[in-house]
Design a protein around this ligand. Structure first.
Ligand code: ACO
Length: 431
């Protein structure tokens, strides 16, 4: 929405430029600089996009100062524990929570796409036995486009819908196949009579030799974690999906790009890094030493699971996960989990420390999630994969929103060139 008010920008030579203001339904106003280059020949400079809104979006709202997160207007605290992951996926994709009938129909679409092509299954044989599951996820997801030519017309709303359903349905199947490959166990075919997370647990932990029924505690906890990770507006991986898709590339390749971005330790890889860190700290007695390391600018160590680009307050998801962590460990009779004790003490000490208080560094979504995954028997290398499964909902919702926007243009940032200025070519024998 364009506001009637304008911003006046005075250039060094005294010329004044009028720039329109844009505002959404909530959140800060934005100065619309689309005409700035044309009017002034100047760019704006914002590495890391700290002050830049890259698009209009009606999916997720965050107020980082207040610690607010809402999907399509619904506070995360109300969705968590009340709506299932598939209800939330429906909400993100279509803008509304489904009715009982709509959910049934949506679940039907998803469950009918859970299998992957047999030829795709054989891709795994080409990976080394100890390949990181995220490496396999990037490769296998990207190659999905080779199997589904029938629905790759991104201008066709029905094709977009089918691709969206395929990605949401197949991600757990691919993820579990990555785990099975690492374990050297046979891949288990999906069971469509189970819930989304129940089926995932089955594909992960069942073997052809024994009966397996997913633990309802694990099923419920995983569903909640998926709800909390489902979307987070224009984070690095979602922005990657958007930028990749802006060229008109197929959605499977774009989601593979999102998975690659998520893998980094500053983003989705943090949950794996948190447990590595907690193990390295080892005991409550060493916390002070590690806090000092985190504060030391000459030491590359950072407190993993702490800090967030947007939240300058407690991450609302971390609050919920901390609570769930208590419940899950209690229900699984893992109450003396030493890593949880250590994490809670580390949080307490860090929050009292001036360094963290001044910089508004609080635990983020991943500070406690790894402890729950570990209690559910999910290995550490799979933690970021869990995030990828859940975040597929957000990636796909943003992709759909962007592709159906008639104003879509290819994403093409500019730069401030700092290389050599023009110089004459020197033939090789004279260098
Ligand atoms: N430990 C110690 N110091 C920190 C930490 C941390 N975890 N995070 C930020 N800081 C400090 C920085 O050194 C900087 O200090 P300075 O102002 O004295 O130079 C200040 O806090 C601001 O930090 P930036 O790096 O500028 O913040 P930015 O917004 O760029 O980074 C990020 C955010 C990447 C999340 C960062 O806080 C971090 O690396 N955290 C640890 C990794 C992590 O948990 N990532 C998961 C994020 S959530 C997610 O993706 C799901």
């Amino acid at each position: 929405m364009t506001d009637e008010k304008k911003v006046m920008l005075t250039l060094p030579e005294g010329k004044t430029v009028e720039l329109p203001l844009r505002k959404g339904t909530e959140g800060p106003q934005a100065i619309d600089i689309t005409s700035l280059y044309q009017q002034t020949g100047m760019f704006t400079f914002d590495p890391g996009f700290v002050s830049t809104a890259s698009c209009d979006s009606g999916i997720t709202y965050i107020d980082g100062q207040e610690g607010i997160l809402r999907y399509r207007g619904y506070p995360i605290e109300e969705l968590a524990g009340n709506a299932s992951y598939l209800e939330v996926v429906h909400l993100l994709l279509y803008g509304e929570l489904p009715s009982v009938e709509e959910l049934q129909s949506f679940r039907g679409h998803i469950t009918h796409h859970t299998m992957i092509n047999e030829a795709l299954r054989r891709f795994f044989e080409g990976f080394h036995y100890d390949a990181h599951p995220m490496a396999m996820m990037v490769g296998v997801t990207g190659s999905l486009a080779a199997f589904y030519h029938d629905s790759l017309d991104i201008k066709d709303a029905r094709h977009r819908d089918i691709s969206a359903h395929r990605m949401i349905a197949k991600m757990p199947t691919i993820a579990a196949a990555c785990y099975k490959h690492n374990m050297g166990e046979p891949v288990m075919y999906p069971r469509n009579d189970l819930s989304y997370t129940g089926n995932f647990l089955y594909m992960m932990f069942a073997t052809p030799c024994e009966e397996y029924e997913p633990n309802p505690i694990a099923e419920k906890a995983l569903d909640l974690l998926f709800v909390l990770h489902a979307d987070h507006e224009q984070n690095a991986s979602t922005s990657t999906v958007r930028l990749a898709s802006s060229s008109g590339a197929n959605p499977f390749a774009c989601v593979a790009a999102g998975i690659a971005s998520l893998w980094g330790p500053a983003h989705g890889g943090a949950n794996e890094a948190v447990l590595d860190m907690l193990e390295e700290i080892g005991s409550v007695d060493n916390i002070e030493k590690y806090i000092a390391k985190a504060k030391d600018k000459d030491d590359p160590f950072r407190l993993m699971g702490f800090g967030h680009r947007v939240y300058k307050n407690y991450d609302p998801r971390a609050k919920i996960i901390r609570e769930v962590c208590h419940q899950v460990l209690e229900e699984l009779a893992d109450t003396n989990n030493p890593l949880f004790e250590l994490a809670m003490r580390l949080e307490e000490i860090a929050l009292q420390d001036e360094y963290f208080a001044e910089r508004k560094l609080y635990p983020n979504v991943d500070f406690y999630s790894g402890i729950i995954y570990q209690a559910l028997g999910i290995p550490r290398t799979m933690f970021t994969v869990m995030f990828a499964i859940a975040r597929t909902a957000g990636w796909v919702a943003h992709w759909t929103e962007m592709i159906s926007d008639p104003q879509l243009r290819i994403g093409r940032p500019r730069q401030i060139y700092t290389g050599p200025t023009k110089r004459a070519f020197v033939p090789i024998e004279q260098r």
